[in-house]
Design a protein around this ligand. Sequence first.
Ligand code: SF4
Length: 405
Amino acid sequence: MSTENHVNESILNEEIKEWQKKNRIDHMAYLPGMEVLESEVQEKVIASMNNYDYTQYTGADVRRALDHENRTPEDFAALLSPAALPLLEEMAQCAQRETRKHFGNGIYMFTPVYIANYCENFCIYCGFNCHNKINRAKLSEEEIDKEMRAVAQSGLQEVLILTGESRAKSDVEYIGRACEIARRYFKVIGLEVYPMNSDEYAYLHKCGADYVTVFQETYNADKYETLHLAGHKRIFPYRLNSQERALKGGMRGVGFAALLGLDDFRKDAFATGMHAWLLQRKYPHAEIAFSCPRLRPIVNNEKINPMDVHEPQLLQVVTAYRLFMPFASITISTRECARVRDNLVNIAATKISAGVSTGIGEHVEEIEEKGDEQFEISDGRSVEQVYESLLGLNLQPVMSEYLYV
Ligand code: SF4
């Protein structure tokens, strides 16, 4: 496995290395208050990833996988292997057929709303981490209402609420209140917040949240340990079992993602797919979603600019997800430019964000305490522009298909 372009600890300065030595905790041991699930899923995901040797697959394996109507984990493994890259055109055509078969030409639109950017974690690849001196902010209830109202005027009916990961600054009640406010304006509410226990997910579901997305970042626990130096996020198994706790808490859907480029992206994409597949079998009613983020340059750290997941590799991952789990929703975020996003919604992605700002309170002018943006976005198109662009691709923008009776 090549690691030369992967993120590693060498970017840490001496002060932080010293701090880490003193504060290092066992990343595999649950902290007090963290719910421990009696679940076999984690073990199966990690075992399948460890056994995945992508160098053993051939073009014939890939063709066989493409010919199957229902694809197995073995097929998925072949589709993610380097042997599939020369067959990308066939993969894309096959993925496009699957997408149209299950989703028609509909593409769901939504926008993320950042209501706070405080974070207690220390992920070395992220500009929001607790050691980075950025402007932090948290919206009041009144400001959340203004922000949601402003977003709703764009015609969107789905929002994804993000808070950064600080339980102290954005407690569960605060997030619940944000969900209740969002419910006044939107039909579908997603959450991308810190992992929590199943009773807390149940509470947020009662407040109006429909789905929860948690990025595992990497499924390689050893690598994970070197990238997540402090905070609750350091606890690898608690994060990995978030989706299952959310489903136990009654959430309708769960989202999965590895941050492609942090470690060996083929293994991480394979583990992500297996994680989703195993939970789908265990909870057949769950609505499964994938995101496919590639690592981006970040604030205050110019050394991180990973380039090893190029567009063909990204397309390979997205099409492999589609072919393995044809019913899953696949989101393409504004980390990617308009051209890449349009290409992917044309083939396999089914959900696209629009009118995005990763800052706090950016949709309303009179909110003064605006926090810094988490990362640069590459597609700054408005809701209207994305809508028009989808129509131009002969796709149908969908705001929501849920009816509440
Ligand atoms: S990636 Fe998330 S949890 Fe980690 S530092 Fe950034 S905002 Fe915090």
